[in-house]
Design a protein around this ligand. Structure first.
Ligand code: G6P
Ligand code: ZN
Length: 544
């Protein structure tokens, strides 16, 4: 089989964002668009000859086509082996595990996460390094630079591989091993959690519903929850990955999982509800009559992790992204362990995890995970919750209330303004940035005095790198915060994210409506940033 060198011309828009290159499928379908980007990745890596590359995706539309292209190009670029999930499937956390477990050189994760799929939906390509996590900025920058000057790519004149067929095949001189996407991941989960205790919980009549949203976690959830842990068949809903996610929006939040939320708020509903996103790294946790915010979930999981076998020795540290509420900080303080605040994006946790400085990480964007892989992990969060419930023999609501009663409650919400004109959005952020130094010390009401106002700059304590302009923070003396940043994952226009947080002490009121509790901060942010006024929107597109 012949290696072919194909001439091409660069695209100027192949800059990886928060989580790889994410665009409309129509953009990816432009001539050589995918090939250019893949070649830019391969050209940016040193020493790939003879190495193993893992490839898998969330099964969305175009996954199959891109995988075949990637396999041919991997072979032409000298990889010795590709490991690929059967039918091209691997959840993002499972891909991370497979990369680590088999000591691969790296991996390609094909997904646009929670964005809709289908011919008019989104697609994405992300490169993960051998440690299992998303490539750090030094690599993504190099890929972008390369993509701007690329003149040729290498591929192979070879037929498609049979992705449905488990086992080994060849593509040119390269070995292609098609693996079961679930087996290794399920085995890893079994080492971390008390499967016996969780199985007993289900056997005792505990009921749960898990919404796989027609996306990648279906096969994993069927195998783990129903087959291994004995949850009744039907516990997993929409458990078959579909190329267009059944025309749904596979983002596990209160907008797209409203039916589940409503069900959990009724007396007849199950005890526990959970969901995961397109590629399986996000999670939604709802107990009967109790939605758990991702920020609270991080704090609660960190505080209770020692109840699971994998974390019995205690956790060494916690990291959260800057916009995530400070609820976890209080847990770290009590445990006397390290706490880190990083920019948005899971890739920033990688160094801390590799250096053994943190065990559990989380983001307000419904991501939680630990040092077992280098991605956030939706099912891991669900299983840790189940393990905690099984040991404590309490409802989610009781566990959450007891947590607040000992640590206090961080009321928290995020208001998103999606598809805003990019110029309006960036001007708005620039104007707010210009006001920051004048805000410190100002009193906006009795209890809203600005303690600090800055644009978050992260100094990575492990590799010494600095990431600037990671979002505007306005902190108040009572622990409240207003955070504003532009999303790095949107595919159309700009998405403005406004994050609001207020701390209520352990003996304070924990039963207020969140939007009401945060009302004064919401009003003050409008006064300072003028989002509604400048964008002409009456309300946020999404409130989480
Ligand atoms: C993805 C990333 C997360 C990030 C989230 C929101 O899920 O993996 O790390 O928190 O997107 O990012 P954004 O830049 O859109 O706020
Ligand atoms: Zn995701």
């Amino acid at each position: 089989m012949m290696i072919q060198t194909i001439k091409t011309t660069p695209y100027s828009d192949q800059k990886p964002g928060t989580s790889g290159l994410r665009k409309r499928v129509t953009v990816f379908k432009q001539p050589h668009y995918i090939e250019n980007f893949l070649q830019a990745i391969f050209d940016s890596l040193d020493g790939i000859a003879g190495q193993t590359l893992v490839i898998g995706g969330d099964g969305r539309y175009y996954n199959d086509v891109v995988i075949q292209t990637a396999i041919r190009m991997a072979a032409a670029n000298g990889f010795g082996k590709v490991m690929v999930g059967q039918n091209g499937l691997l959840s993002t956390p499972a891909a991370s595990h497979v990369i680590r477990h088999y000591k691969a050189f790296g991996g390609l994760v094909l997904s646009a996460s929670h964005n809709p799929g289908g011919p008019d939906g989104d697609f994405g390509i992300k490169y993960n390094i051998g440690k299992g996590g998303p490539a750090p900025e030094a690599i993504t920058e190099a890929v972008y630079e390369r993509s701007k000057v690329i003149e040729r790519y290498k591929t192979l004149d070879a037929p498609d591989v049979a992705l449905h067929q488990i086992g080994t095949q060849m593509s040119g001189d390269m070995v292609v091993e098609v693996i079961d996407p679930v087996t290794d991941y399920a085995a890893l989960m079994e080492t971390l959690f008390d499967f016996e205790a969780i199985a007993k919980l289900f056997a005792s009549g505990f009921t749960m519903t898990f919404d796989a949203m027609n996306a990648i976690t279906g096969p994993y959830a069927h195998a783990i929850l129903e087959e291994r842990l004995g949850a009744p068949k039907g516990t997993v809903k929409d458990g078959t990955p579909l190329p267009d996610f059944g025309k749904g929006h596979p983002d596990p939040n209160l907008v797209y999982c409203k039916d589940m939320f409503d069900l959990l708020m009724t007396p007849e509903g199950p005890d526990f509800g959970a969901a995961s996103d397109g590629d399986g790294d996000r999670n939604l946790i709802i107990g009967k009559n109790r939605f758990v915010t991702p920020s609270d979930s991080l704090a609660l999981l960190a505080a209770n992790a020692h109840l699971a076998p994998g974390y019995r020795g205690g956790i060494v540290g916690i990291a959260r992204s800057m916009p995530t509420s400070a609820a976890a900080d209080r847990v770290a303080e009590k445990l006397g362990i390290e706490m880190h605040e990083t920019p948005t994006g899971w890739k920033f946790f990688g160094n801390l995890l590799d250096a053994g400085r943190v065990t559990i990480c989380g983001e307000e964007s419904a991501g939680t995970g630990s040092d077992h892989v280098r991605e956030k992990d939706g099912l891991w969060a669900v299983l840790l919750w189940l393990n905690i419930i099984a040991v404590r023999q309490q409802s989610v609501d009781q566990i959450v209330r007891e947590h607040w009663a000992s640590y206090g409650r961080n009321y928290y919400t995020r208001h998103d303004y999606e598809e805003v004109d990019a110029t309006i959005a960036s001007t708005l952020v620039d104007d707010l940035r210009a006001q920051l130094s004048g805000l410190v010390g100002q009193n906006f009401s009795e209890d809203l005095q600005v303690a600090y106002a800055d644009d978050f700059k992260y100094h990575d304590p492990v590799d010494g790198s600095t990431s600037a302009k990671q979002g505007i923070r306005i902190g108040f003396t009572d622990g409240s915060r207003i955070v504003l940043r532009l999303s790095g994952t949107g595919t159309v226009g700009a998405t403005l994210r406004l994050y609001l947080e207020r701390y209520e002490a352990a003996d304070g009121r924990h039963d207020l409506d969140t939007q009401v509790a945060l009302g004064p901060l919401i009003a003050l942010s409008e006064r300072l940033a003028g989002i509604k006024q400048r964008t002409g929107r009456d309300e946020p597109s999404v409130i989480t």
